[in-house]
Design a protein. Structure first.
Length: 194
């Protein structure tokens, strides 16, 4: 083994990466600890879509595990249609990077859902999961889903127009009936507007 001593540098860090059709930037300030050829960043990173906008402070990433009845069909939908990158897998489950969050799809009976959620004039499926995107990314995903022929529970549309929290939304189900909502905001600062 090499020397156990390390060199430490304080840095500002900007790392860009692309997932599917989405580009993200991690911004951070912290220390880089150098151990021979290895470098470890110790600091705070902020996830942002547009480097000219105010950073969205990422508190944590979510992990959500749910049931599907066929892993190959799941791979085609989550990997092919949604553009999620596949992670680890076994014969009974597969992980995906779901827009920088982890979902784990396990073989089993999917949860029962019903349209009991009152949102405006619509009843939406409950329970459901989803994500929030900036409007240009939401529009790109909506176009991708429409091109793939996805059958929408609630087609792409604007809600609360002209009000605090104005948002675009769409609901659809995966091939196993698991409902997904994707919201789009012109600014992520409006997500919790009241």
């Amino acid at each position: 083994m090499g020397s156990s001593s390390s060199a430490v540098r304080t840095v500002a860090m900007r790392v860009a990466f692309t997932q599917g059709c989405h580009t993200f930037v991690h911004m951070g300030v912290g220390e880089v600890h150098e151990f021979g050829q290895s470098r470890v960043f110790d600091g705070t990173l902020a996830l942002m879509h547009d480097p000219t906008s105010k950073p969205l402070r990422t508190r944590s990433l979510f992990h959500f595990a749910f049931n599907v009845t066929d892993l190959e069909t799941a791979r085609r939908f989550y990997g092919g249609v949604l553009g999620c990158t596949e992670g680890r897998s076994t014969a009974t489950w597969v992980d995906f990077d779901f827009f920088s969050h982890q979902i784990s799809l396990h073989l089993g009976e999917p949860l029962k859902t019903a349209r009991t959620g009152h949102v405006g004039e619509h009843l939406v499926p409950m329970p459901h999961f989803g994500l929030v995107l900036l409007l240009p990314d939401w529009q790109a995903l909506a176009a991708r889903l429409q091109a793939a022929g996805v059958d929408f529970v609630l087609p792409p549309q604007v809600r609360f127009e002209g009000q605090p929290g104005e948002q675009w939304t769409m609901f659809f189900c995966d091939p196993f009936g698991n409902p997904i909502e994707v919201k789009g905001f012109a600014s992520l600062e409006q997500v919790y507007a009241s």
